[in-house]
Ligand binder design. Structure first.
Ligand code: ADP
Ligand code: MG
Length: 472
């Protein structure tokens, strides 16, 4: 028993015989204190004490079950390490709920406040400073700075519902998809931030599917797959971003499937995002697909003019920029498909303005941004078809048909040439769009145009004006 030692055999005694459990805990806490934030330390360790120590186990008394779970889930590794360091040998740690006059309640009531004392502050601390767990949340992404419009109303409402009652909504999993730069990451991060603020004991993890994959590969290499699985499966709210990157990665999908099932069956909440609906993720296993469809699948559309204007106005206000409404309108009218570019345009304009000491008015905005708007304009087979049909004054359906008048053949060749030059579509796809032709016909069309551009004045002027039209 600790403390029961005879002075003559002191030198042979292991160190634990000299320490009362509470002294040991006090030393171990000093080690832990140097490794984590003071706030975390005060929140989770202050009211604990060492209660017993034997050859196998060191028991720590904590004021409530909640604290026990926190210590176990987030700090166990650090505690084991610190105890081993003070003792010179390791012990299994057990947490017992004891009577304490100084109970630790969820983070909001911690003995030590953050410098601002703001209610939302503790959420930020949990994520950044815990020893073995990072939630990867970024406080920049909040519901408060997410502008809601027709294009994102539904996913926003579902996201909000999940943040308010994770694990209790019908939306499990919640699957949000949409094009790049439309706010998917912002929404899922906002769920994480709000859920953490609402439920300080909730274990939230945001991860991109790329990171999930890398962690998994890393775990295989280090023979730590069990640990990998355990750490992911201990999460209450899993936010998995951009799952299209799972495409073709069978082992990762398999691992994700097991993680997904384990969490789902334990009633945990899962939120997924992708740039496309579940059925369009190539190589996604049927069983995962059907799991995704059990919850709620919802999409974010490109924002309408009103939403784009509101987003720009919000940026202007939040960043205290001085940008007149007509410039905001100019940007909102020209950047239509990507909110990231919308933000980028206004920030770039502001930066150029301050660098050059120029007042930001509509002339300056046009000067700076016009080129980038043109470059970013989406050019599709459809828009090319329309422009070519218009130029040659023919019916666009004829261009897409198998008909072969000399005029149609020429127009079709020009259309194919421009499609190849300005879009990322494959030769096969271009052939299919223009009358179901095969890729060798497309290659022939393209080289015919290229070969004749220098010598055929009519062809050259057609191509020049069509290129100008599709870019403007
Ligand atoms: P995605 O993940 O869909 O590619 P992001 O979530 O990264 O897009 O959004 C791109 C940028 O646009 C981010 O800076 C984000 O904060 C901003 N953003 C997107 N949607 C909105 C919105 N509705 N209101 C305000 N900002 C938005
Ligand atoms: Mg994203």
């Amino acid at each position: 028993m600790p403390g029961e030692f005879r002075p003559d055999s002191v030198n042979n005694m292991p160190i634990e015989y000299f320490l009362t459990p509470d002294q040991l805990w006090s030393d171990a806490k000093d080690v832990i204190k140097s490794e984590i934030s003071l706030q975390n330390f005060n929140t989770w360790f202050n009211s604990s004490s060492g209660v017993s120590l034997d050859d196998e186990t060191f028991k720590i008394s904590v004021p409530n079950k909640f604290t026990a779970e926190w210590l176990k889930n987030r700090f166990n590794q650090a505690i084991v390490k610190a105890v081993a360091c003070c003792l010179g040998t390791s012990r299994k740690i057990e947490y017992v709920i004891g009577n304490s006059n100084d109970p630790i309640s969820p983070v909001g009531n911690t003995p030590v406040k953050t410098t601002t004392g703001a209610d939302s502050e503790p959420a930020a601390t949990i994520k950044t400073d815990s020893v073995d767990f990072e939630s990867n949340l970024n406080l920049r992404y909040l519901f408060d700075n997410f502008v809601v419009g027709d294009s994102n109303q539904f996913p926003h409402a579902a996201a909000k519902a999940v943040a308010e009652a994770p694990m209790q909504t019908k939306y499990n999993p919640l699957y949000i998809y949409g094009g790049s730069g439309l706010g998917k990451t912002h929404l899922v991060q906002a769920i994480g931030n709000e859920a953490t603020a609402n439920f300080s004991n909730l274990k939230v993890l945001y991860v991109t599917s790329e990171k999930f994959t890398n962690d998994f590969i890393d775990a295989i290499a280090r023979k730590k797959t069990l640990e990998f699985a355990r750490s992911y499966r201990s999460v209450d709210l899993l936010l998995l971003d951009d799952i299209q990157f799972f495409t073709g990665k069978e082992a990762t999908q398999e691992q994700f499937f097991h993680t997904f099932n384990a969490l789902y069956q334990a009633g945990k909440q899962i939120v997924l995002t992708s740039d496309r609906p579940p059925r369009d993720i190539k190589g996604l296993e049927e069983r995962l697909l059907s799991r995704f469809q059990c919850g709620l699948v919802t999409d974010i559309q490109p924002p309408d003019l009103e939403t784009r204007t509101a987003i720009l106005n919000m940026i202007v206000k939040l960043q205290g920029l001085s940008i007149p409404p007509e410039v905001v309108a100019y940007i909102a009218n020209n950047v239509t498909r990507n909110i990231r570019e919308l933000e980028g345009s206004i920030i770039r304009l502001n930066a150029y303005g301050s660098l050059n000491g120029r007042k930001i008015d509509i002339q300056f905005a046009q000067e700076i941004l016009k080129g980038t708007f043109t470059a970013g304009k989406e050019i599709s087979i459809k828009s090319i078809t329309e422009n070519v049909a218009d130029y040659y004054r023919i019916n666009p359906d004829h261009l897409k048909s198998k008909r072969k008048t000399a005029e149609l053949v020429r127009a079709r060749q020009v259309a194919m040439y421009i499609c190849r030059k300005y879009t990322t579509n494959s030769l096969k796809k271009i052939g299919e769009e223009f009358g179901g032709r095969d890729h060798s016909t497309v290659i022939h069309a393209i080289s015919t145009v290229e070969d004749n551009l220098d010598s055929d004045f009519n062809l050259k002027s057609a191509v020049d004006s069509l290129e100008a039209a599709i870019k403007s």
